[in-house]
Write a protein that binds this ligand. Structure first.
Ligand SMILES: [Zn+2]
Length: 258
């Protein structure tokens, strides 16, 4: 099993531990691999260091999150470009657009920062991890600007079916990540999204420390809970748990190249 997207430094802290080893020891299960994401300037060094300490089970992605768009500058970009050639770096992300709620950065700035990062990642041939929340129409335009065949992980998909069908039809190598949000009783529409995405284009992820799946809701999330999300995906696809494990692991390895 692969947790294709999580935030491990924050997760260790949120779960009340000081090391990843302690967190792992406390968990009932743990995936074979995790892709850890550092998407704030202050977090990037910690993400890289944690991954370097666990190269046998971790890979990392770095980028600047849309809610952090104001911190993007030439210097940060140069750091990200340098990290893209790190042997354990598998993607540029999570990057994108987020128009949820008040106080989000200005849309024009978010678009500019996203477009710059998309262009750099594409130029370097790097997979892109996309965060898209309540910005369908603008995100569609940005995705359309990517070169044919660009590898994209549309992470933590919680949007509608129509946008999902549109992005799946783009000439991209785009896979869709589902989190614990698909296990929440009220989220029947998200479970229907699982049926829309072809099996070989599905990724499972925790986005920990957020979105702990049923039956762990109310606790901080960690990668050991990815199995619960995978079980719901298996039910919706009408295949065995083993088949979902095999398919999503193969997709994560292919998309992220490890
Ligand atoms: Zn995330």
């Amino acid at each position: 099993m692969i947790d294709s997207h999580c935030h491990l430094s924050g997760t260790v802290e949120r779960c009340g531990f000081s090391t990843l080893e302690e967190l792992k020891a406390s968990a009932e299960r743990w995936p074979e691999w995790t892709v850890d994401c550092g998407c704030e300037v202050a977090e990037i060094d910690r993400t890289v260091a944690l991954c370097e300490a666990h190269p046998e089970s971790m890979r990392f992605a770095v980028g600047i999150h849309p809610l952090e768009a104001e911190s993007y500058c030439d210097e940060v970009e140069a750091t990200l470009v340098r990290l893209m050639s790190h042997p354990l770096c598998v993607a540029w992300g999570e990057i994108g657009l987020d128009l949820h709620g008040d106080g989000v950065p200005d849309l024009a700035l978010q678009i500019e920062v996203c477009a710059r990062q998309f262009a750099k990642a594409a130029e370097l041939g790097k997979t892109i991890t996309v965060h898209a929340r309540e910005a369908d129409e603008h995100m569609l335009l940005l995705l359309k600007s990517l070169p044919t065949g660009q590898k994209v992980h549309l992470h933590c998909y919680t949007g509608g079916a129509e946008f999902l069908r549109e992005v799946l039809a783009l000439p991209l190598d785009l896979c869709v990540g589902f989190t614990g949000a698909i296990t929440f009783p009220k989220n029947e529409a998200l479970r229907e999204n699982v049926e829309i995405v072809p099996l070989e284009r599905i990724l499972v992820e925790t986005d920990s420390p957020y979105l702990a799946p049923v039956p762990h809701r109310g606790r901080p999330c960690h990668p050991g809970y990815v199995f619960d999300t995978a079980r719901v995906v298996a039910e919706r696809k009408g295949v065995s748990f083993e088949e979902i494990d095999r398919a999503t692991s193969a997709t994560a390895r292919r998309l992220y190249g490890f």
